[in-house]
Design a protein around this ligand. Structure first.
Ligand SMILES: Cc1cc2nc3c(=O)[nH]c(=O)nc-3n(C[C@H](O)[C@H](O)[C@H](O)COP(=O)(O)OP(=O)(O)OC[C@H]3O[C@@H](n4cnc5c(N)ncnc54)[C@H](O)[C@@H]3O)c2cc1C
Ligand code: FES
Ligand code: FES
Length: 1264
């Protein structure tokens, strides 16, 4: 029997077909068989980067081995034959020394929750080991790695410090962490002679799995022989197997034939007329080749543009193994797919060579290829023509974010012009218009013989395009109006780009430019107090090394136990208010390996995951499994338990559920509920004006609507439950030990002390794992309890997005009367917050009323707040809930006043400030000076005057953020007599915010010992009973205070001994205390009535952000060119941790305001539930110049250790980005139509589509 051989670092692995299945992925093997859980996973579609590993792979065409980053979730194990695989565990350890990449990420504080870190490390490792690279290369290589915590800046600083062009300033402010040894081997870059010996073998192999076969072959003939022999079988020609990341394979084929060893499919040839590419050349190799040939062959110089376009496809790891033919085949199978490879090749007139089982070679155009029957045929070559200088070429791809995003519209133009600029031939190709549309043939025709640089030609062309382009409308794709107008604008952009300077008006010229993003940079300005070190010391997270070496264990990394089972939710696939008439799990239960199905009637206790007994957390019960009437599309109905995760998910789909749909359509938005006069809207609070003005010169009315945000924790909701002799050991990814324990006890109807909850860390949360984790941990607990077997439940991304609530949407209608200076005389505002179907538990209404406008003079304001229960998943806290919407809504009114009255928005804010908050004014003035706002505004005005199609905007947003004192968290400090080392356990949850690091710093400071002597242990319900949620940014401070108290207790107990031996070292002192029976274990509880809190109920945090953007009006794409943030942290306990929080929160907010869009269909079915269509910011979306400053000499005298919180507030200032975009778009808008409203309302995120449409495009204005 054939055995698959490959190496994982030094170790050879030989795998028999009987041990795995043909669709076992490398990720699965690494985590499950090799127990290398440092490699994570999340999306299983190449979109998040959590699973990236490096592989030394021999290129069959050159014989050279290259180290490539690959997505282990996409790589079939059987493709790894002959590979050597590197993981975060293998490239550096405490024993062998750490790799420079790991060390850099640690030093620059590039980890928070750490769930993305091993993917980051391995992506960088591949780049590092592959030769010289620049900072630009680094920044360009991380499009496929999502980090929700850090905002990327520290990760990029870390990796750019390793680049060949990094100067001293890029090397960072950290001195070397002395005790981090560097791996000797990697000081010199790896000599890659290390792929396994079997890489040299040219022996064809067949791995027989019984139901299917996997072939490794070396020639096209072998492929055709197999296809001939198995003419009835279903088959797949495996290029890189990445297409399944775009369209999930639902059925596995009978036969897999790997093409990645067939030289003729990977090579290229060329002559004067053609470049002939092997069709399975990888996208990375095609890019490299295109850049090379474009320099050496004039008639192929256009290839550099193709390479630039390919750079926008997917991301580096996908491009490293994904192939040209695989992409073209995807287009063949799914005509609606806006294939970029198809677009660029079709636009230059490429042809394909196909070969079938009859061995006949045929040539076809790409357009014709789309309608051919491809069964039994291989794409052998792609033939590209030589194009001389008379051809003008450019392609475009407009995406919702900078990288790793499919096209909203893509376009490519090839024109042949004669000496007098007359068009001889034209190819105009578009993607994402409709499935059958490729060429704008009429438009191409209308150009022939015309002088291109003549406004009449242009108008004829645009008019023809307008008639010819008929976009379809399939949600969640953007609107047909946008796609059509954008397609025309791109054509105009192309013509501007090739028009001679003297033919184009200077104001229009910049419209032809493609933005080249500079390498980003950041500055972090804070002060520390060395006399307090390690308190206030800028240190990386104490877990950073474990995170960068794959040692840090997350819940799903915990080893399987004997009899391990897995669970998956069965979701309602019916609109809200449908009634379930029957549930039949029989089909699922008949599947081999499926153990059980549980629904509401199987719950021994309450069908509830938000028990009100967790009184600081919940105010009403929410059902765990649907009790009959569906609350929202995709509500959990039950849970399937099976031998493996894959099987559980498959079986969950087999459960048959019948429904009777309600007559009424679901009401999905606040506006829907208002329009329907729904009784699901209730008034929650009201604040009446106390003193109105009568100098009313202007009355302004407006609206403001923002919607959901998915938290996008890289670790989805999960829980592991193990039955034990005294009940259940639960490991939930929860933010609340107490709530998880109570919820499970009530569901199972067992005593609380039979449930032992423990959490080491969670992989990001941002509010999602407060109440919503109860749903998941209860379901896992139910299954484990019923079956008395260990059960893991880890939600796949799609289920997580479908079933779990998101940030509360918010709507406001307002009317404001102002005087000539913009001072508000009266304001009538109705604010609505959408709590989703159940509402109640996380209802931000009261907090919104409190925060709305709290820095401004609120005397003339009448404000009413309502909650609305739309038929969507119950919304849940999401980083800075209520403050995000309240602050943005208020600031939007300020912007509206300024725009309508043509006043400076900052001045309007100053005019309306409350006398009670003078610090805000100080912050505004500091920001104006520090960020040179006035000077930049003038420059922007000049720029906007000089440019019609590129506009800039700048916005300054102040913030006043209330932090409430609340909580109930224990801290336990234990000191060990042998060496004086200290362990701390606390009731907070480490989820990336650095609570453990701060606690360790405070503990070391309080006891006067080195930081290294303190270790933080997992949080658990034994040492921290009844702990409430880690939330509201405040838990770190609270737990630090309890730590201080616990240390104080210990010091007090040790005092008599110390007095007897004043010169003793800490270790000697501890030992003596032990001998004298001093209790070396102390606990302390944080609760809000502690005297240290001076009777206050909380405090305020000040902040200020200034965002500047540049918007390409012809595409709608904005670039955030600079952001300055002033954030009040008091005396930061740990400045690097706090900088990380500020940057991370701001970038998460930027996503909310720009690219993250949740779209439901009319039934309430979520359509944006994948990395493919939900887009948080990536590395190249962050501010190009990102400056963060903590004001100096700014202690908070009443605060815990004089500090303030950081984790959430900065997010509230990210609306400055949306306002800056509106300024830029507004500048274009008033030029497009002076009569139209200068103002346009915020309506969800300022997406590319939103900006484009609000720029009021009319192609009649597209002139030279
Ligand atoms: C996260 C992500 C983002 C992406 N973004 C984009 C994007 O923005 N724009 C874009 O255009 N694409 C995008 N893609 C698609 C990507 O380019 C394709 O997945 C890739 O090129 C497919 O190549 P492959 O070798 O992996 O194909 P495979 O998955 O191996 O195969 C796909 C199909 O092609 C067939 N096939 C392979 N080779 C041949 C051949 N020689 N002859 C006949 N049939 C063959 C196979 O039988 C199979 O059915 C993205 C993909 C991912 C995962
Ligand atoms: S799990 Fe592989 S890219 Fe997301
Ligand atoms: S540290 Fe990157 S996702 Fe948390």
């Amino acid at each position: 029997m054939n055995v698959l051989k490959f190496y994982i670092h030094e170790e050879e692995h030989a795998v028999k077909a009987s041990d795995v299945s043909p669709h076992t992925t490398l990720n699965n093997y690494l985590r499950k068989k090799a127990n290398l859980t440092g490699t994570k996973n999340m999306c299983f579609e190449g979109g998040c980067g959590a699973c990236i590993v490096a592989a030394a792979i021999k290129d069959p065409t050159t014989g050279r081995e290259e180290i490539l980053a690959v997505n282990s979730c996409l790589v079939p194990l059987y493709m790894c034959s002959g590979w050597r695989i590197f993981t975060a565990e293998s490239i550096g350890t405490s024993r062998t020394g750490y790799h420079p990449v790991q060390k850099a990420l640690v030093q620059f504080n590039g980890t928070q929750c750490g769930f993305c870190s091993s993917g980051m490390v391995m992506n960088m490792y591949a780049l590092y080991e592959s030769g010289d690279f620049t900072m630009r290369d680094v920044e360009n290589s991380f499009g496929g790695n999502i980090c929700r915590c850090t905002g990327y800046r520290p990760i990029m600083s870390a990796f750019k410090s390793l680049a060949s062009d990094a100067s001293k300033e890029h090397l960072g402010t950290f001195s070397d962490i002395e005790d981090i040894p560097v791996c000797k081997k990697s000081k010199e870059k790896c000599e890659i002679t290390c792929a396994s010996p079997c890489a040299n073998s040219k022996r064809s192999l067949c791995f027989d799995f019984g139901e299917s076969k996997w072939y490794k072959v070396f020639s096209i003939n072998e492929v055709l022989d197999i296809l001939e022999n198995y003419s009835d079988a279903t088959y797949m020609l495996v290029g890189g197997n990445t297409a399944t990341g775009v369209h999930r394979r639902t059925q596995e084929p009978d036969i897999y034939i790997a093409l990645n060893n067939i030289e003729t499919l990977l090579n290229y040839r060329m002559n004067d007329r053609n470049l002939i590419l092997g069709a399975n050349m990888t996208l990375t190799n095609a890019m490299k080749l295109f850049y090379k040939l474009s320099k050496s062959h004039q008639n192929f110089s256009y290839l550099s543009k193709l390479a630039q376009h390919i750079d926008l496809i997917a991301n580096v790891p996908v491009r490293n193994i994904g192939t040209l033919a695989g992409n073209l085949f995807l287009k063949h199978e799914h005509h609606e797919f806006a294939s970029d490879i198809y677009l660029i090749f079709e636009s230059v007139g490429a042809t394909l060579t196909l070969v079938g089982t009859d061995r006949e070679e045929t040539s076809t155009t790409l357009e014709d290829y789309l309608s051919l029957d491809m069964r039994g045929k291989i794409i052998k070559n792609i033939v590209l023509p030589a194009l001389d200088r008379t051809y003008k070429y450019q392609s475009y791809k407009i995406t919702p974010r900078a990288q790793n995003a499919h096209a909203l519209v893509n376009a490519a133009f090839l024109l042949k012009l004669d000496a007098s600029d007359k068009v001889e031939s034209a190819r105009i190709v578009y993607g994402a218009i409709n499935p059958s549309f490729t060429h704008a043939k009429k438009s191409e025709g209308c150009l022939i013989g015309k002088n291109l640089f003549d406004n009449r030609t242009l108008q004829t062309l645009f008019q023809t395009l307008d008639e010819e382009l008929v976009p379809n409308h399939v949600l969640p794709d953007p609107s047909p109006e946008f796609r059509k107008k954008l397609a025309i604008a791109l054509c105009y952009k192309f013509i501007l780009s090739i028009a001679p300077d003297d033919k184009v008006s200077p104001r229009n010229r910049s419209g032809g430019k493609i933005y080249v993003r500079p390498v980003s940079r950041g500055t972090q300005d804070y002060e520390t107090n060395e006399s307090l070190y390690p308190l206030t010391q800028p240190i990386p997270k104490i877990e950073a090394l474990a995170q960068c070496t794959g040692k840090a264990q997350y819940i799903m990394d915990m080893p399987d136990q004997p009899g391990q089972l897995y669970a998956a939710f069965v979701l309602a696939k019916a609109p809200a208010n449908s009634t379930i008439t029957s549930i039949n799990p029989n089909k699922a239960l008949k599947m081999k390996g499926v153990k059980a199905f549980y629904a509401k009637d199987d719950i021994p206790g309450d069908n509830d995951f938000t028990p009100t007994e967790a009184f600081l957390e919940f105010s009403r019960a929410e059902e765990m499994f649907c009790s009959g009437v569906v609350k929202y599309y995709f509500q959990p109905i039950g849970v399937i338990v099976a031998d493996s995760q894959e099987l559980a998910e498959k079986a969950a789909d087999m459960v048959q559920v019948n429904y009777v749909e309600a007559k009424e359509k679901p009401l999905l938005t606040i506006r829907d509920l208002i329009a329907a006069k729904s009784n699901k809207i209730s008034q929650e609070g009201k604040r009446d004006a106390t003193k109105k003005g009568n100098d009313i010169k202007n009355v302004i009315k407006g609206r403001f609507d923002i919607s959901w945000q998915y938290h996008y924790a890289m670790e989805t909701q999960c829980c592991f439950v193990v039955p034990s002799e005294d009940g259940l050991d639960m490991y939930p990814s929860t933010q609340s030990l107490g709530a998880a324990q109570i919820a499970a006890a009530k569901v199972l109807k067992i005593p609380t002390n039979e449930i032992n909850v423990s959490v080491r860390r969670i992989g990001g949360a941002y509010g999602a794992k407060i109440s919503r984790n109860g749903l998941v941990s209860n379901a896992a607990a139910l299954a484990a309890y019923k079956l008395q077997k260990p059960v893991k439940l880890s939600m796949p991304l799609i289920t997580n997005m479908n079933a779990i609530g998101k940030r509360n949407p918010f709507t406001m209608d307002y009317e404001v009367g102002v005087n000539d200076k913009g001072v508000i005389q009266y304001l009538n505002a109705s604010l609505y917050t959408d709590t989703g179907s159940e509402g109640g538990n996380e209802n931000p209404a009261a907090a919104i009323l409190n925060t709305f406008g709290n820095m401004y003079n609120r005397e003339p304001w009448d404000v009413t707040v309502y909650s609305a229960r739309s038929d969507t998943p119950t919304a849940t806290w999401c980083r800075a809930p209520s403050n995000t919407e309240a602050i943005a809504a208020m600031e939007s009114i300020m912007e509206h006043i300024a725009i309508e009255l043509n006043l400076d928005p900052i001045q309007v804010r100053l005019e309306n400030l409350s006398q009670a908050t003078p610090d805000v004014e100080k912050y505004i003035r500091d920001m104006m000076e520090w960020a040179e706002v006035d000077k930049r505004k003038k420059e922007i005005e000049e720029f906007n005057k000089a440019n019609r199609w590129i506009k800039k905007g700048i916005s300054v947003v102040p913030m006043l953020y209330p932090i409430p004192y609340f909580g109930y968290w224990h801290v336990l400090v234990s000191v060990y007599q042998l060496d004086g080392t200290v362990s701390v356990a606390h009731g907070g949850i480490e989820m990336g915010q650095g609570i453990n690091t701060k606690v360790a710093q405070v503990c070391a400071y309080a006891l006067g010992i080195p930081l290294e002597m303190v270790k933080i242990k997992p949080s658990n319900s034994l040492t921290s009973p009844n702990a409430v949620t880690t939330e509201s940014s405040f838990t770190s401070e609270a737990v630090c205070l309890a730590t201080l108290h616990a240390c104080g207790i210990l010091k007090e107990r040790m005092k008599p001994v110390k007095e007897k031996m004043p010169n003793a070292s800490w270790k000697e002192l501890v030992r003596q205390c032990y001998l004298e029976y001093v209790d070396l274990c102390a606990t302390s509880l944080f609760q809000p009535k502690l005297p240290d809190l001076n009777g206050l109920s909380g405090y305020m945090i000040y902040g200020m952000a200034c965002a500047e953007v540049e918007t390409d009006i012809l595409t709608g794409v904005s670039h955030i060119t600079r952001v300055d943030i002033l954030e009040d942290t008091g005396n930061s306990m740990s400045p690097e941790i706090d900088i990380g929080q500020v940057e991370g929160a701001f970038v998460m907010g930027m996503g909310y305001w720009t690219s993250e869009q949740i779209i439901f269909n009319e039934k309430g079915e979520l359509l944006t539930n994948r990395t493919w269509n939900y887009k948080p910011p990536g590395v190249k979306d962050i501010p190009i110049d990102f400056r963060v400053k903590f004001p100096k000499k700014n202690p908070f005298p009443l605060g815990i250790l004089k500090s303030k919180a950081t984790a959430e507030p900065p997010l509230c200032m990210s609306c400055s980005v949306a306002f800056a975009i509106r300024q830029a778009v507004g500048a274009a808008r008033s030029e497009a139509n002076a009569n139209d409203d200068k103002w346009y309302p915020i309506d969800g995120p300022s997406t590319v589509e939103n900006s484009f449409l609000n720029s009021l495009h009319d192609y009649k204005q597209y002139t030279l």
